[in-house]
Every structure is written in structure tokens, then in C-alpha cells.
Design a protein around this ligand. Structure first.
Ligand SMILES: [Zn+2]
Length: 341
């Protein structure tokens, strides 16, 4: 189980540490060029707002996949992001699928990635009211589409390249998927971290982008989901992290506390608490997000193993946990439901 869980992190590591733009340059067009002859009454420049700009996803409906994680979200740690959090979304594609421009814009650069990987990164600048205030990045492209060169205009939904394929053996099963790291940069923001302008793309989604995102997100699963369950997690979080899940339905326990000791650990500590916060049961667990449905093995400090199934979608956890020594449940039917905030 530890090996399987590690592969999840390593998969993310391979996807991200080699592909995330380490220090993307700013927009090629200065956001506020100095006028050569200043007007005594300059026209006010409207502040950029997400309402004036909308993103689609870089994947076409039907080209998404979920052989690995589906969507590895913004802000989570692990996978080579121990200190700075993930600056974008790793979007999973079916192998061979195309990566699409998320909005109209112009190509700032389309360049081979460092390290001789043979993959490409594209940055597209996006203007609002004539100013470049946003840029989107697409890494790990196996090839570039014709015409995707610096300065080229691109339209929303235009093919810019092919998603690079990742392959790993998970347990004994070879798994192959396409992936691009998709990153939204807002030049009105600077969080001081690596990739300082990176923000969650969630607040910029178009209605169609939102609908597709929701369908992908429902099935996304990743290792740090127990402590970093949202798709807009804070990049600045530091470990150890603790998260409290509160029972909404079912009978497991009123409160589940989960503690993630580090972004690299595959083993978590837990406590099942009564309403008065007295401890009912405590121990450790390992979770495998890659199995469908995802499995979890609770190991109470009192001995034995409780086999379970789980699913986290944003702030909601379903957990179907057998009693000690009993077989693993076959489905999430009857699962306890928790929420967190
Ligand atoms: Zn990434």
C-alpha cells in the first residue's frame, strides 16, 4: 500500500516538477506602458475583473480521462510542491488528445522544455481592455500544432498541441494517460511564491468550462485530498496539516480528525471523536486514490485493520468503513458522510 501511495506522489512529481513553469516571465506587453506624451486628463483604466474574462478548460468534452487522478488541483502540496503548493491544474487527457487554448489571446512563446524532455510549453497572453493582464500556461505538450509560434493569435478552443503521455506501473497494472499542467496567471496579483502570479483558474471559468470542470472534479482523486480537499487550496499552507470532518449522515462517529504529517507521507493519523470530543478510536490509515472506488485501510491503535472505501468531492467525504477484521465494503452505499470547512 505504501508503494502504491508513493507512486501517486511520484506520478504527480513526474508530471509537475519537470513540467511546471519554474519562473515564467511576465507578459511581453507591459501592463501599463508609459505614454510618450501624457494627457492632462488620462482616461481611467478599468480594473481587471474575472467577470470580464472567462476561461474554458484546455480539454475538449470527451477527451478528459481518469486513469490516474483526473485533475490534480491548485494549491495542493506533495508532488514536488512541498513549500509552494501546486500553481495550476494537472488536467488528465485520454492519450493522444489535443490541448486547447482556454481563451482568445496571442502566443507569447512556444518553447521546448528544459532538460531535454522533448516536451513543449506554451504561454498565451490574454488582454482585457487592451491590456495584457492574464496569461495561461500549458506544459508537457508532446507536439505543437501548426502555427503555434510567438506572436500568433489564437482563438478559444483552438488546438495548440498534443498532451504528453505519462506511463507508470501502479501495483502491477501499467497505466498511461495524457497530461498538461494548465496554469492561470493574473498579473494584478503577486503572492511572493514561485510562480508568483499563479491563481486558481476556478474563479475564471466560463459556464461551459464550469460544467466540464464539475464533471471532471466529481471523479478526481489524489493523495492529499484528506487534508487538502478543495480545488482552491492555499499554496501557502505548511505541514503538518490537520482537518476536521463533521458527520452529516451515517453512524461512524460525530467527528473525524485527520492529520497529515508532511506532504511526502503516505500514512495519516486519525481520531474518531464523540460530540464532546472524547476519543472513540484513534490510529493511522493509508489511502489509495487510484482504485475505483478508492480504498482506505484504517489501523486502530487497539489493533486490527478496518477496510473501507472513500470518496472526497470538494468539502464532502463519503467513508464506508467495515468493522475490524470484516471484508471491505463493496460500494459506498450506506457510507457515512462528512463535511469540512
Ligand atoms: Zn502541475
Amino acid at each position: 500500500m505504501r508503494t502504491i501511495a508513493c507512486i501517486v506522489l511520484c506520478g504527480s512529481l513526474m508530471a509537475c516538477s519537470s513540467s511546471d513553469p519554474a519562473s515564467p516571465s511576465g507578459p511581453s506587453t507591459a501592463p501599463n506602458p508609459s505614454p510618450s506624451s501624457p494627457s492632462p486628463t488620462p482616461a481611467p483604466v478599468p480594473a481587471p475583473s474575472s467577470a470580464a474574462f472567462a476561461l474554458d478548460l484546455p480539454v475538449a468534452a470527451g477527451d478528459q480521462a481518469n486513469s490516474a487522478y483526473g485533475l490534480w488541483p491548485f494549491g495542493v502540496h506533495g508532488g514536488g510542491h512541498a513549500l509552494d503548493g501546486h500553481p495550476g491544474w494537472d488536467v488528465e487527457f485520454r492519450p493522444g488528445a489535443s490541448v486547447l487554448a482556454a481563451a482568445d489571446g496571442s502566443v507569447q512563446n512556444a518553447i521546448p522544455e528544459a532538460g531535454g524532455s522533448g516536451r513543449f510549453t506554451v504561454r498565451i497572453n490574454h488582454s482585457v481592455s487592451g491590456r495584457v493582464v492574464y496569461a495561461t500556461d500549458y506544459t508537457n505538450l508532446a507536439s505543437l500544432a501548426a502555427g503555434i509560434v510567438a506572436g500568433a493569435a489564437v482563438s478559444r478552443g483552438q488546438v495548440i498541441g498534443q498532451a504528453g503521455v505519462q506511463s507508470q506501473t501502479i501495483g502491477t497494472t501499467p497505466v498511461t494517460w495524457g497530461m498538461t499542467h494548465f496554469q492561470m496567471n493574473d498579473f494584478s496579483r503577486n503572492d511572493g511564491l514561485t510562480n508568483p502570479n499563479a491563481v486558481s483558474a476556478e474563479g475564471f471559468l466560463s459556464s461551459s468550462g464550469r460544467a466540464l470542470f464539475d464533471s471532471i472534479w466529481r471523479s478526481a482523486a489524489y493523495q492529499t485530498e484528506w487534508c487538502e480537499p478543495f480545488f482552491t487550496n492555499s499554496r501557502a499552507a505548511t505541514f503538518p496539516l490537520a482537518r476536521t470532518w463533521t458527520l452529516q449522515s451515517g453512524t461512524l462517529a460525530p467527528i473525524l480528525e485527520v492529520r497529515c504529517p508532511s506532504e511526502l507521507s503516505n500514512e495519516y493519523a486519525y481520531s474518531l471523536l464523540a460530540a464532546d470530543r472524547s476519543t472513540i478510536e484513534a490510529g493511522t490509515f493509508v489511502a489509495d486514490p487510484l482504485k475505483k472506488p478508492s480504498t482506505v485501510d484504517f489501523r486502530p491503535a487497539s489493533g486490527g485493520t478496518r477496510l473501507g472505501l472513500w470518496d472526497v468531492v470538494s468539502d464532502s467525504l463519503q467513508l464506508n468503513l467495515a468493522t475490524t477484521g470484516a471484508p471491505r465494503p463493496s460500494s459506498l452505499a450506506g457510507a457515512a458522510t462528512f463535511t469540512t470547512r
